[in-house]
Design a protein around this ligand. Structure first.
Ligand code: BJW
Ligand code: ZN
Length: 240
């Protein structure tokens, strides 16, 4: 793969690099994305599944959906895209800012990670906020579990529509992006806010914005360089 000259020069002088990632980076591991032709939103309504109202209306259905996704996530491996990002830590000060809840960046070995939309391995009681980690529930737990302390419903520790992002994760991710020399935006449709503000902030602060995606997105217009291709194929090339 031939990269453009300007980008190669930027890489040579860069110290701080941010990878802002979305569902597309995990697609090659076998985790379905949300939008697009094979996206999960095509089959199910987001407001019914990924919202607090949806959960209260049908907690068992929402719980079952997350159990289904946990099973997928448990059984897949990080792909060459995740591993390339982790390996780049040998050469740069790398920060990962991810919208994904799947833990694959950590499993691939990345050390500095901000999780904007939570993590599917954690759960908490909606009533008393006691945390329960994934191991405490069996894979076959179909119905929503209840809290041992107060009997409240237990939900995954992820960010649903209409909910605030964890402040420390958002601020940490945004600050890293603003101080970065290069901000890579990998495998995201860039339509979900406030996460999608982060690459925009990076660019405004002077970072060089590189998009890696199989198709153009709402961000393509702002990017300094758009690389069209699969994350698992493009990212390892950067190591060369
Ligand atoms: C590949 C590839 C390969 C495929 N290689 N690429 C401003 C403007 C408009 C709306 C809003 C706004 N501010 C807030 C809103 C409302 C809302 C929002 O953004 N709505 C828009 C959708 C219209 N935002 C919120 O509600 C947020 N909260 C909030 O604003 O709080 C403040 C507030 C409080 C109270 C009242 C009002 C406001 C919260 C958003 C939470 C999002 N949650 C989810 C679910 C997380 C848990 C779970 O996983 O179940 O997060 S939704 C879902 O979308 C998930 C993702 O992280 C997120 C982003 O999706 P992503 O990662 O971009 O995936 P896709 O599928 O969209 O794209 C995949 C891409 O990969 C594609 O481009 C492919 O081409 C590409 N690709 N294979 C490279 N191999
Ligand atoms: Zn409780």
């Amino acid at each position: 793969m031939e990269f453009k000259k300007e980008f190669i020069e930027k890489i040579k002088s860069a110290k701080k690099i941010v990878f802002f990632t979305g569902a597309g980076i995990s697609a090659e591991s076998g985790i379905p994305t949300f939008r697009g032709t094979d996206g999960i939103w095509n089959k199910m309504k987001p407001e019914e599944l990924a919202s607090f109202n949806g959960f209260m209306k049908n907690p068992d259905l929402v719980w079952e959906w997350y159990q289904h996704r946990r099973n997928i996530i448990r059984n897949v491996q990080p792909n060459p895209g995740h591993f390339a990002i982790a390996e780049l830590e040998k050469y740069f000060d790398v920060t990962v800012v991810t919208q994904n809840i799947d833990n694959l960046h950590r499993r691939a070995g990345s050390s500095k990670i901000y999780e904007l939309h939570g993590n599917i391995e954690r759960n908490f009681c909606i009533n008393c906020h006691t945390f329960y980690n994934d191991e405490e529930f069996t894979i076959t737990q179909k119905k929503v579990p209840t809290c041992k302390k107060c009997g409240g419903l237990i939900r995954p520790d992820v960010v649903w529509f209409g909910e605030m992002l964890p402040q420390d994760q958002f601020t940490g991710g945004e600050t890293a992006a603003e101080w970065s020399d290069i901000c890579f935006v990998v495998g995201t449709s860039s339509v979900v806010f406030p996460a999608a503000y982060i690459p925009q902030s990076a660019k405004r602060a002077g970072s060089y914005l590189v998009e890696i995606n199989i198709e153009s997105t709402d961000l393509t217009y702002y990017a300094d360089y758009s690389i069209f291709g699969k994350a698992g194929e493009v990212l390892p090339e950067i190591l060369n």
